[in-house]
Ligand binder design. Sequence first.
Ligand code: SF4
Ligand code: SF4
Length: 317
Amino acid sequence: MSDQDMSGKEKTLFGKGLNPSNILPRKLTLESKIKFRCHPDVECFTACCRGIKIVLTPYDILMLKTRLDMPSHEFLEKYTTPVYLEKTDMPGVALKLREDDENKCPFVTPEGCTVYTDRPSACRYYPVGMADFHEGGGSMGEGGDHKDGEKFFFIVKEDHCKGFLEDKEWTVAEWRKDQGVDVRDEMNKEWLRLVMRRKSFGPQASLSEQAKRMFFMTSTDLDHFRRFILESSFLDTYIIDDETVEKITNDDVELMLFSFKYLANVLFGAEGLSIREDKIQEKVKEMNQKQNDTVTESIEAYKEIKKSRGEEIDPEL
Ligand code: SF4
Ligand code: SF4
């Protein structure tokens, strides 16, 4: 039913637990067969929906807040808690567990998951994790195709999970399709790429506070991001064609995909967004002015020092 960790540790976003002893030492392909089934009659039903850190991707948040018919900020406040993503300094959110009720997920009931068709990506991966060596220099599990074909799958098997005792056999591809993982991978791909790219820089390089705030707002609160695009000087600054403006005004998924492009541009200088020439000129002028002001201030300070010492001042200054 869901990704899980009964030891209370964190799972990554990609179906890999942090406890490597749960990972079976066998590389799987999409054609590999697995034997597993999770359904309401398994004796462990919903046991995995507690004591687990479920990190949410922007698409997860979008699907859940739409299902619950809530604005982003309300969803974030009610159902999430802040976390850092994949051991980076990038801020994100995880589902807020019910501390007064065995640390259960807020959406679990004895009958199962109340948001099942919109459950988060992390809940869909178990028990098939994915490793992808793109961007992260060997990091486990980024969505999307890998140019060197180094993507493979693996089984995460935890003792309490009885789904492995069931007879149902699938290929990895069939399992992923059934769980809707392919769609999630596609939707999460560019955002995960940002996180893995940041991770590949290591802890030495840190994001500015402003960059962190921008990443958090853009990744978690699409309503806010839309206002930022449409109600600030954004459209006067960047060259965005009318069709794109129309799409991001009316379509949440388009807005989300655009937000990834924007983040890649502001955080890593990726191409794809251009600033208007007049804005660039304005900025250059502003920088030149600042530079001139600084030089003038230094000369004045120098003159003051000379004057206070009773020394002669070079008339050319
Ligand atoms: S079979 Fe595994 S995934 Fe399904 S409810 Fe039980 S512990 Fe969770
Ligand atoms: S969202 Fe659903 S599947 Fe995921 S942990 Fe919560 S109840 Fe379980």
